[in-house]
Design a protein around this ligand. Structure first.
Ligand code: SF4
Ligand code: SF4
Length: 352
């Protein structure tokens, strides 16, 4: 079904060719790094993202919090915008509230403030964090029209002034903070467009991979033998990623373990005499079933290399798009060739 050849560059600079039956796209995602937003820049050491906070605590331990009295977390940074990143990554709120609990545990006298627009806390454990959120932090609400303003107090101090309009209090607030932690959305990994073109699978408008059907085939691509899981498809937490990875592995093993594959007899076929090798069918097939391959033709004692369309009938779904596209009438669908369709139309017209 798959029958792919994958070239892999190994660490010694050599290319290895592997014969692959199925492919699981599991590219993951990455944390969005703000560009000069809320004073996030190289020279401001105490404006960091959630992932950077976790890394610093892991590497340096709680001593890293010495000298820090107040931490301000800002949620939905550059997320859920009218333009640009419009979606909610659905894990950042829960992760931020979890980190607030962790910070309070590491240093109980910390003052913690959260600036939020909405709190998306789906999942049982996140709901528990949500119910208990006020025990560890003060929550202040802002909206997209009035983003909080952050200023560094002076070049010599890592203290920041925060100003915001709290939409619950309906008033302006101003306070100082020692550390700002930004909750930014998850974005697609780099170079997914190249991979999507190589595999001939689609990306959605946000740049994540698009499954064949959100409810009926959530782990598959329309192209047979290629599956997807995890944040390649959409931002998700580790538990959901693992569940989806198990599902994708199950789907892939169905193909790998099958001794025979039964497919529909209604598939497209090419008449090589009529094919002029223009490649229109190859580029339009939604199931990646067509390849343009070199074919040798003898002409007056000379061997000419031409290109001809070849259809993999195991992949073809018989949709007919290629037959309708071919400018030279070289493709027909078995059981539905032009004469058969013409006969059907004529008999229908005779009857009516
Ligand atoms: S569109 Fe028709 S002529 Fe062009 S490559 Fe395909 S089969 Fe051949
Ligand atoms: S009939 Fe549809 S699925 Fe089959 S080769 Fe043509 S375009 Fe692809």
């Amino acid at each position: 079904m798959g029958n792919y050849v994958v070239s892999v560059d190994n660490s010694k600079g050599k290319t290895q060719e592997l014969s692959i039956g199925t492919i699981i796209v599991a590219t993951g995602g990455k944390e969005y790094k703000p560009k000069d937003l809320f004073q996030y820049k190289k020279e401001n050491k105490n404006v960091i993202t959630q992932l950077e906070l976790e890394q610093l605590l892991k590497e340096k331990g709680k001593s890293w919090l010495d000298g820090i009295k107040r931490i301000t977390t800002i949620l939905c940074v550059n997320a859920r915008q009218i333009e640009g990143i419009t979606y909610c990554s659905n894990i950042c709120c829960g992760n931020s509230i979890k980190n607030i609990g962790l910070l309070k545990k590491l240093k109980p006298d910390l003052e913690l403030i959260v600036l939020y627009r909405d709190l998306q806390m789906a999942k049982k454990r996140y709901e528990d964090y949500y119910r208990e959120r006020r025990k560890d932090a003060i929550f202040l609400r802002y909206d997209l029209d009035n983003l909080p303003i952050v200023k560094r107090k002076s070049k010599s101090s890592e203290k920041y002034e925060v100003k915001l309009y709290d939409t619950n209090l309906q008033d302006f607030l101003e306070f100082e903070t020692d550390l700002i932690v930004l909750s930014t959305p998850m974005v697609p990994s780099d170079n997914l467009m190249d991979l999507a073109k190589m595999l001939k699978v689609p990306l959605d408008k946000n740049g994540f991979f698009l499954e064949a059907h959100v409810k009926l085939r959530p782990l598959d691509f329309a192209t047979e033998g290629i599956f997807l899981c995890g944040c390649a498809q959409w931002p998700k937490n580790v538990q959901d990623t693992i569940s989806q990875a198990n599902g994708a592995a199950g789907r892939a093993s169905r193909f790998l373990s099958a001794k025979e594959i039964t497919t529909s007899g209604i598939v497209a076929e090419v008449n090589p005499i009529n094919c002029i090798g223009c490649g229109k069918c190859e580029s339009i097939c939604p199931y990646n079933a067509i390849d343009l391959l070199e074919s040798i033709k003898d002409f007056e004692d000379v061997s000419l290399v031409t290109k001809k369309s070849f259809i993999n009938s195991a992949l073809c779904k018989g949709c007919g798009t290629c037959a309708a596209t071919c400018p030279n009438g070289a493709i027909s669908i078995k059981q539905y060739d032009f004469e058969q369709i013409t006969a059907m139309i004529e008999s229908f017209l005779l009857e009516t």
